[in-house]
Design a protein around this ligand. Sequence first.
Ligand code: DC
Length: 231
Amino acid sequence: MKSLPPVITVDGPSGVGKGTLCQWLAMRLGWHLLDSGALYRLTALAALRRNLDLADEAGVARVAVELDVDFVPDATGSMLVLLDKMDMSDTLHSEATGNAASQVAALPAVRIALLQRQHNFRRAPGLIADGRDMGTVVFPDADLKLFLTASAGERAYRRYKQLIKKGMNANLEHIVKEIAERDARDTQRMVAPLKPAADAETLDTTQLDITQVCERVSTLVNQRLQVQVIP
Ligand code: DC
């Protein structure tokens, strides 16, 4: 039987640094990247564009099945996200979209609708999968499962600094509240709640900067997959 391409899963709550780590790993290894959060965000955006109620499970699941999305690298190397051929890269990462995504992500039919689409990202030479249930539900046979954590206060502060750096308005207290609400919804939902897989390596990044996180993960990848990540 032909074996499937290798997968490294990276799960954890919002603002823990998964996105940066996954992009770095995918680039260093030359592997594909699945940003599963973007699929939930796009589903929420597409549903809102069709004036659907985000609690309309059957309607939102239909939107998820029909989703016309493309991830296209631009001239600077960053990824453009197209929904119905329109560039959504800016709207995609707003807090409002994140909250809407967290609502549709709690609907079982939506998760089922996005499953095959996520499996299709598993192509040679390998896949880095970023999300909440990558190691528990989507790729339970992954070659290496990572679970990143950090205190809610630290995650809120990182998000605050990101927004300020972009010249946007930010209120730390408000961000702390939103992070706590999102954590509660993502960890307490009935289907595929955010939790580490039994065989995941957990890494607390509260006291680590991104360089230190990348170094630790490189060591794990080198040991487990016998592929060399050069930091
Ligand atoms: O990673 P993110 O912030 O882009 O994710 C947006 C929301 O989507 C998040 O609140 C939880 C949900 N999500 C999920 O339920 N399962 C995933 N695999 C990825 C994201």
